[in-house]
Design a protein around this ligand. Structure first.
Ligand code: DUC
Ligand code: ZN
Ligand code: ZN
Length: 467
């Protein structure tokens, strides 16, 4: 099967140029001007940008959490991703207590099986750091997993202590695996939570008081210090504020193997959104919490100056009013107290348009930087480059055709995510994907899903790079 994308403007993390792209079967085979079109399906991309498909390095689909399960499973989440121009994601498999890391991955493989629309990989979260589990880490590369997550928060659930973090880093260093941290001080959060709840402070806004910015900064500094001592590669997920990002800047200036991710919501949702009267603030409960408009500006600056190198979503969807009509329970669980709100914000579909519109159109980042942050850098960090994350001969033909003039108003009424609200409701964006291609096959074309469940393939990943 041959396809040629003609007359478009190819955009990579480094270059923007007019060229045709020839695809044979699943791969890009040639890029050039006036390429012969004989025997190929011709896609006319006049007026469109031809970019590598988005890669979301941080999602939670079909995950049990906070006394319920996420609203999106692999089908609805990946379908939404494809509509938003994302062609690949890496989801978090959780090790279950008493089980091996590999069993965690197997469990998540089963959740994905038969439901996939886009390509995907798994990180695995170390939640039961026994000697056997620590010793198992290097063998993860055999199953295509080159990233291990450690929670410094969620005491009593996922959190592990610094001994485990240190030992895990020694092992990831040995096996060339990326160690990822959720960096907040879980002991402090647990103490603050008890204090607030015992004092009857139960409204959603108290979630903010239990997750102060200083303890995100502290936990980030601790993870970076341990990475420096062990020499491990460290990727700090969902960095929300200047306190942690300044630590990242320092670590990188010292030449440590460390990098940071932020997520779309931290540039658009703020503490004041959680402080509104009533229960509405529960929509924005996530960990780390949303911060301030000043932090958002700091994040944009850090995305531009390369202190932060990826934008993911931490997509973790719970209905605002769940638990009825056969739907999973959602945010309403926290009506008894903010500490029972399942943490998470949806966004797998919106990341690319929202960052493009506000970042590129808004003059905050260049078009090439947009590609780097949303596709190329996540591919490198997660051991998928250059197979994914670029437009280059030999790469998978994962391509998004982007109409820079197409306008769209984001809304839960029209989104494809299986959740009853949208974090960017009413945002008018200019610049939308019009065709999403994965391994040479059109997956979404002008608002129509073109593949069956099961199309997406597992990606074996190796050799993650600090970008
Ligand atoms: N934070 C969230 O908001 N949801 C899922 C897990 C996490 O760390
Ligand atoms: Zn997290
Ligand atoms: Zn997460």
């Amino acid at each position: 099967m041959k396809t040629i994308i003609k007359n478009g403007t190819v955009v990579t993390a480094s270059d923007t140029f007019k060229a045709d792209v020839l695809i044979e079967d699943e791969k890009i085979v040639m890029i050039g001007t006036e390429l012969p079109a004989e025997g190929a399906d011709v896609v006319d991309a006049r007026g469109l940008l031809v970019m590598p498909g988005g890669i979301d390095a941080h999602t939670h689909l079909d995950m049990p959490f906070g006394g319920t399960d996420t609203a999106d499973d692999f089908y609805t989440g990946q379908r939404a991703a494809a509509f938003g121009g994302t062609t690949c994601h890496v989801d978090f498999a959780l090790q279950q207590k008493g089980q091996t890391l590999k069993q965690g991955v197997e469990m998540w493989q089963k959740k994905a099986e038969g439901k996939t629309i886009i390509d995907y990989g798994f990180h695995v979260a170390l939640t039961d750091p026994t000697e056997e589990s620590i010793n198992e880490i290097p063998s993860l590369v055999d199953i295509g997993v080159c990233s291990l997550k450690v929670f410094q928060a969620y005491k009593g659930a996922f959190m592990v202590d610094d001994t485990a973090l240190y030992k895990a880093m020694q092992k990831t260093k040995e096996a060339d695996i990326m160690l990822m941290t959720h960096s907040e001080n879980g002991d402090a959060i647990a103490l603050l939570t008890d204090e607030l709840v015992s004092a009857g402070k139960l409204d959603p806004k108290y979630h903010l008081d239990a997750h102060p910015r200083e303890i995100e900064g502290e936990a980030t500094a601790r993870a970076i210090a341990i990475a420096a001592v062990t020499g491990a590669k460290l990727y700090v997920v969902h960095m929300s504020c200047s306190d942690s990002i300044e630590q990242m800047a320092m670590g990188r200036a010292k030449g440590y193997n460390v990098m940071g991710e932020t997520c779309t919501q931290y540039m658009f949702k703020f503490e004041d959104d959680m402080r509104v009267p009533g229960f509405e603030g529960a929509k924005w409960a996530c960990g780390p919490p949303v911060r301030t408009p000043e932090d958002a500006q700091f994040i944009w600056k850090s995305l531009r100056d390369t202190t932060l190198q990826t934008v993911a979503t931490d997509h973790c969807s719970f209905d605002y009013e769940g638990g009825k009509n056969g739907r999973n329970a959602g945010k309403e669980l926290g009506k008894e107290g903010w500490h029972k709100i399942p943490n998470g914000i949806p966004g797998i579909e919106d990341r690319m348009p929202v960052i493009y519109h506000n970042g590129v159109n808004g003059g905050k980042i260049s078009l090439n930087r947009f590609v780097a942050l949303t596709s190329t850098n996540p591919a490198k960090a997660m051991g998928m480059y250059p197979r994914k994350g670029t437009i280059s001969a030999g790469s998978d033909a994962d391509i998004v055709l982007w109409d820079p003039k197409k306008k769209h108003t984001i809304s839960a009424k029209t989104h494809h995510m299986n959740v009853d609200y949208n974090a960017y409701e009413g945002m008018e964006v200019e610049g939308m994907p019009v065709r999403t291609i994965i391994r040479g096959t059109t997956v979404v074309d002008n608002g129509e899903l073109c593949v069956e469940k099961g199309f997406g393939k597992y990606v074996y990943r190796k050799n993650p790079q600090i970008v």
